[in-house]
Design a protein around this ligand. Structure first.
Ligand code: NI
Length: 171
């Protein structure tokens, strides 16, 4: 296991569409997932997408137990999600603050669908099919955006609601 370097906004790998995973349950994928989990925990992130560690494949990990970066957030089950497909279940969106390990120190308000279905596979090729809402839905939409070369700042509608965490959330 190893903590990997997290690429930052500006790196071209973060702007590419990631390739679908063709083979599940391989030593390579297990190794990458272990590294991603270790890297995410080390950085206290709620999720991490493979392109953020330089692997342009459709794989994300996410999960929130108790996270200091999101003290108000509800729990999200720890999940490895491969080749995901997201379908909004209603057209309702809600605004909330987001951050990203590839955009360190910054926060922005991003509209996301409130209720979604997501489908995909775990690392063994087992199907995942969940209807979720709220923070869980937000995390999945944020992480899966990484697989299509989208970073959250490009989804911010009001740029006045974008800035450095320490300036915005003053005690
Ligand atoms: Ni991110």
């Amino acid at each position: 296991m190893a903590i990997r370097e997290i690429l930052r906004m500006g790196n071209p790998i973060l702007l590419k569409e990631a390739e679908k995973v063709e083979k599940f349950d391989t030593p390579e994928i297990h190794e990458l997932i272990k590294d991603m989990i270790e890297t995410m925990k080390d950085a206290e992130g709620a999720g991490l997408a493979a392109p953020q560690v330089g692997e342009s494949i459709q794989l994300v990990v996410f999960g929130v137990d108790k996270n200091e970066r999101y003290p108000e957030a509800e729990k999200v089950p720890f999940t490895v999600l491969i080749n995901p497909i997201i379908t909004p279940l209603t057209q309702d969106k809600e605004d909330d603050w987001e951050g990203c390990l590839s955009v360190p120190g910054m926060r922005g308000v991003v509209p996301r669908f409130k209720v979604i279905n997501y489908k995909g596979f775990d690392q063994y090729g087992n199907e995942i099919d969940r209807d979720v809402e709220g923070f869980h839905a937000r995390v999945v939409q944020h992480e899966c955006d990484h697989l299509f070369g989208i970073l959250y700042p490009t989804r911010i509608e009001n740029m006045k609601l974008f800035g450095f965490h320490d300036e915005i959330f003053v005690e």
